[in-house]
Design a protein around this ligand. Structure first.
Ligand code: NAD
Length: 295
């Protein structure tokens, strides 16, 4: 199949690479030239404009920073897209923008899915992302096989905007689990508990969570934790703060009080302002243990 991929960053590059591996012809575009060499190495045909990328493509993926950028890009390519093309946005954006994109694209006679992902850069490279898809059932069926090249699991959650709605709820849970983990690990240390024992027992007790298993914030306990690499790489404070902003927007538009996640987001924003925005989000543990301050 001929596929266009718009946005070849940390996530989009390796995702597009997995489409090439599955045998598709992929034309990619990204204004940031530093992404081009890696994309070419993955077999992506890097072209100069989004309009050129989408010409003749049956499926068009976008993997971009925000709802504003996705909307602008879609506006700029819609006329150049084939009339039977399916546009799939896998960026994490606000529910309102996703719903508006469904309307706009449907009005042009084309089809759209909001299909954000979970699994991070590792999942993008390994082709094991979880896709949360909103849109029409037949459209999902038509592109399922294409998405499978990048996915571990695909959930068709519901109609327009349902994918972004699920993503917001998932990240809200992750945020609160992460904050709880950072508080508990600090408390366990001060109560004299062995972190390895705490980590193992919580995994088979009611304190279990993905954050616990992946990010226990004491060096040497779990390889994947940011604490083992000075919180470099991983899921950044800034990206998490952005995602939680989307959850809070959804809360405001549905009159849902989200006090706990508001508190966690405030702490991420404070960390960002203090210069830790690019660090892994589990650096929150250093705010809790007092090693760093944001005053
Ligand atoms: P990134 O900044 O590495 O990549 C975004 C890319 O979009 C950049 O290379 C940028 O140059 C490009 N871009 C910007 N404007 C463009 C335009 N007009 N046309 C074409 N390309 C354009 O970010 P990322 O980590 O790849 O994340 C992309 C999306 O995926 C975001 O919405 C993010 O929230 C979401 N996401 C990220 C992760 C993660 O762990 N990094 C996990 C899940 C979801």
């Amino acid at each position: 199949m001929r596929i266009a991929f718009i946005g070849l960053g940390n996530m989009g590059g390796p995702m597009a690479g997995n489409l090439v591996k599955a045998g598709h012809e992929v034309a990619g575009v990204d204004p940031n030239e530093s992404s081009h060499a890696a994309a070419r190495e993955l077999g992506i045909d890097v072209v100069d404009s989004a309009a050129e990328a989408v010409r003749g493509a049956q499926v068009v993926f976008t993997m971009l920073p925000s709802g504003k950028v996705v909307t602008a890009v879609v506006d700029s390519i819609l006329d150049a897209c084939d009339s039977d093309a399916v546009i799939v946005d896998s960026s994490t954006i606000d529910v309102e923008s996703a719903r508006a994109l469904h309307e706009r694209i449907a009005a042009s006679g084309r089809r759209f899915l909001d299909a954000p992902v979970s699994g991070g850069i590792g999942g993008a490279a390994a082709g094991t992302l979880t896709f949360m898809v909103g849109g029409d059932e037949q459209t999902v069926a038509d592109v399922r096989e294409v998405i499978e090249a990048m996915a571990g699991k695909i959930f068709h959650v519901g109609g327009p905007g349902a994918g972004q709605s699920a993503k917001a709820c998932n990240n809200l849970m992750l945020a609160i689990n992460t904050a709880g983990l950072c508080e508990a690990a600090t408390l366990a240390d001060r109560l004299g508990l062995d972190p390895q024992v705490m980590y193992e027992l919580a995994q088979v007790s009611s304190g279990d969570s993905w954050a616990l298993r992946t990010w226990y914030p004491v060096p040497g306990v779990v390889d994947s934790a940011g604490v083992n690499r000075d919180f470099d790489g991983g899921f950044s404070v800034d990206l998490f703060a952005k995602d939680l902003g989307l959850a809070l927007d959804a809360g405001a538009s549905t009159n849902t009080p989200l006090e706990y996640v508001q508190r966690v987001r405030d702490q991420f924003l404070a960390l960002s302002e203090a210069g830790y925005g690019n660090k892994d989000c589990s650096i929150l543990v250093r705010l809790i243990d007092g090693t760093i301050t944001t005053d």
